[in-house]
Design a protein around this ligand. Structure first.
Ligand SMILES: Nc1ncnc2c1ncn2[C@@H]1O[C@H](COP(=O)(O)OP(=O)(O)OP(=O)(O)O)[C@@H](O)[C@H]1O
Ligand SMILES: O=P(O)(O)OC[C@H]1O[C@H](OP(=O)(O)OP(=O)(O)O)[C@H](O)[C@@H]1O
Ligand SMILES: [Mg+2]
Length: 279
């Protein structure tokens, strides 16, 4: 049975569970439950703190897990990333009061507050900067104003939290992070199935199916506009001068493609959602 670590709290937990449900797994109904077995799919879910997941998976006690790339690297675990899951995207940055610093060499000997001390320590060490790290659990943006640090290193998504605290980013990007699927050093056979299912969920979220009818003379141009993943399906219509085309397209550009194809002469353009996919 594949033993899977799932975040029980924080910003990864809801989307992680939602993705697993969309991938066809049964999940706990009671949010207090710590372990749940999905007998039909032969997997066991362990609900754990996102920060601890890499430790369990690295030890081999659990086979795979969902966590953040930043948490994986900070943990020092030997678990490895097998795939990005395309949510909880963020960058990990240095920040300080507006106008204070422009480069990390200025951090030499200063105090840096962070919830990711190992990640920051490695980054600075590799660049020859020695600073004093102040480990904090969260709300790191307040550390400078409250006098316990000169700068911070933290997760930045929109930058709103930094701005509200009078801080700005400086220096190089420490890390581009997102939710990731991680595996124990020894990969279990069930991992590939889980990965394909989760990938299928990502595809179903990012792509839609478009059908349209088109005068056959415009087919080459239409395929340039919407080339699909491999190649569009082209079927004959009763009228020999027209064809029916079916193609997968990115959800985000569906309307632009419909406009362009309509202008080319396509008609009866229909877009439908994908519920599950294996590519
Ligand atoms: N605002 C955000 N946008 C995108 N990803 C984020 C954001 N805040 C945290 N993350 C990501 O979530 C993961 C951290 O999860 P964790 O649950 O430990 O912290 P959290 O989401 O900050 O929860 P909490 O602050 O409630 O304890 C990391 O991978 C981090 O990069
Ligand atoms: O760039 P933004 O869109 O403002 O998002 C970034 C903020 O979101 C997270 O905080 P969270 O709410 O998880 O609180 P925490 O600091 O206590 O973890 C993160 O730690 C940053 O503080
Ligand atoms: Mg947080």
């Amino acid at each position: 049975m594949l033993r899977i670590a799932v975040p029980n709290k924080g910003s990864l937990s809801e989307t992680a569970s939602q993705m697993l449900a969309e991938a066809g797994y049964s999940l706990r109904r009671d949010p207090k439950q710590l372990v749940f077995t999905d007998h039909q799919n032969e997997v066991e879910f362990f609900y754990l703190r996102p920060r601890d997941i890499a430790t369990y998976v690295g030890s081999g006690a659990l086979h795979v897990g969902i966590t953040g790339r930043d948490l994986l690297l900070d943990s020092g675990s030997i678990a490895h990333e097998v795939s990005s899951l395309d949510f909880a995207r963020s960058t990990f940055r240095f920040a300080a009061p507006v106008g204070e610093y422009t480069e990390i060499s200025q951090l030499q000997g200063l105090r840096i507050a962070t919830s990711y001390p190992a990640l920051v320590d490695t980054f600075l060490r590799e660049r020859g900067v020695t600073a004093h790290l102040v480990p904090l659990d969260g709300a790191v943006e307040s550390a400078v104003r409250l006098g316990v640090a000169d700068a911070i290193a933290d997760v930045v998504e929109t930058g709103a939290t930094l701005r509200a605290a009078g801080l700005e980013v400086f220096g190089p990007v420490i890390l581009e992070s997102s939710a990731v699927l991680i595996s124990a050093p020894e990969e279990q056979p069930g991992l590939r199935t889980l990965m394909r299912r989760l990938h299928g969920v990502l595809v179903a979220r990012q792509y839609v199916i478009m059908d349209y009818d088109l005068p056959v003379a415009h087919l080459d141009e239409a395929v340039t506009i919407a080339p699909g993943i491999e190649s569009p399906t082209v079927s004959p219509l009763r009228d020999p001068e027209w064809v029916a085309v079916r193609v997968m397209i990115p959800r985000a550009s569906a309307n632009q493609m419909m406009d362009a194809l309509y202008a080319l002469g396509a008609r009866a353009l229909l877009v439908t959602a994908i519920h599950a996919a294996r590519l």
